[in-house]
Design a protein around this ligand. Structure first.
Ligand code: ATP
Length: 359
């Protein structure tokens, strides 16, 4: 399958609200998806991710900016001339057609030879794990299988770009996990350039080569799953990617491989993860696995355990502190656990703490 890049240059989309007011759904968004890459647009409801995807598909026209697929400017080209395929949350299968005919539909429209259609349909159904399902009605399949048919129907026409709009939202948790793995496997095998929209960070983390985190129509950060989780450029991205506690911090010295900071009068030596700018204010960000509890100890953050939540291999302890409620993750069965109501100290693991711009 051919793979091409997708480029957005300063794309904005303004809708008119009921009172004639402007709704800036997408605000000056620029990014590039490399050929064969899997990129996810991630953000809270209303952040503009679906509108961005719909502009790439050609269902919406940008108010400003340019969209390129490969070298071609497609900004004002209708969807059917863009060489893209899209998979929706509501599978969009034709209920009166068999699985085989659903998948064959795009090829028939393109007047492909009958024998060739049969061959291609059967090979793509095998790819998505539905070999032998040609004659079944879609209604006889599970939600996950129906979404696989939708994926087969999208792939069979060999588009240059594949777009997904929250395709797993209608599935239950277990099926969603299985489908994530399937989608990634198939995308890697086919090597098709893919853009995926979701508000589910786990989905974004497991599927993507890179994640574009959006908020209020704007891009907040672009990076690999590891980068946006480990080196968030703002408190918004840090919190959106997972639970995190923020502490006020003073930076004392920036050295080649480390940074010395003080929190509550105690000096911590952090690994240097990000470039520190003089005129930016920072907070210290600690994920639950970057903290542990001890018996009350001078110089550490004092607290009281409010609740322990047992989750199989680990326990989440919610601790009341002067910096608000903090969650600390402890491996089950270790001595790190404290009873609810116990007075404790929250200790920061220096090697996992990170400085984050205080936005
Ligand atoms: P969700 O996850 O809820 O779908 P989203 O991040 O995909 O959210 P969009 O659907 O792109 O967000 O919407 C971004 C903003 O644009 C929202 O404020 C939304 O109400 C507005 N919007 C989207 N489509 C239209 C439209 N056709 N007319 C008016 N406003 C719109």
């Amino acid at each position: 399958m051919k793979s091409v890049s997708v480029t957005l240059k300063n794309i904005s989309k303004v809708f008119k609200g009921f009172e004639g007011n402007d709704i800036r759904a997408v605000d000056d968004v620029s990014f590039n998806v490399n050929p064969g890459e899997f990129v996810t647009l991630l953000g809270p409801s209303g952040c503009g991710k679906t509108t961005t995807l719909r502009m790439i598909a050609g269902f919406e026209t940008p108010t400003k900016g340019k969209i390129l697929i490969g070298e071609k400017d497609v900004t004002f080209i209708p969807p059917w001339k863009r060489d893209i395929a899209m998979v929706f949350q509501s599978y969009g299968l034709f209920p009166h057609m068999s699985v085989g005919n659903n998948v064959a539909y795009g090829l028939k429209m393109r007047k492909v030879d009958k024998n060739k259609i049969k061959e291609q349909v059967s090979s793509i159904l095998e790819l998505v794990g539905l070999k032998g399902f040609e004659h079944r009605p879609p209604s006889s399949l599970s939600g996950g299988q129906q979404q696989s048919v939708a994926l087969a129907r999208a792939l069979v026409v060999e588009p240059s770009v594949l777009l997904f709009d929250e395709p797993l939202s209608n599935l239950d948790v277990l099926l969603r996990e299985q489908m994530r793995v399937e989608i990634r496997r198939i995308q890697k095998k086919v090597g098709i350039t893919t853009l995926y929209v979701t508000h589910d960070r786990t989905e974004a983390m497991t599927l993507s080569d890179r994640i574009i985190v959006m908020n209020n129509g704007k891009i907040m950060q672009i990076g690999s799953p590891n980068e946006v989780y480990e080196k968030p450029n703002s408190k918004f991205v840090a919190s959106f990617m997972g639970k995190i506690a923020f502490f006020p911090v003073e930076i004392n010295a920036v050295e080649p491989g480390s940074i010395k900071v003080t929190i509550k009068g105690k000096e911590l030596i952090l690994k240097k993860g990000i470039k520190i700018s003089e005129n930016v204010k920072y907070v210290l960000g600690c994920r639950p696995e970057g903290l542990y509890l001890t018996a009350p100890k001078k110089g550490h953050i004092e607290g009281r355990v409010l609740t322990n939540v047992y989750l199989g291999n680990y326990v989440e302890s919610y601790v009341e502190t002067e910096f608000g409620e903090i969650m600390v993750k402890t491996e089950a069965g270790t001595s790190g656990g404290f009873e609810e109501g116990a007075a404790v100290s929250v200790v920061i693991k220096e090697e996992l703490a990170k400085l984050i711009p205080d936005d």
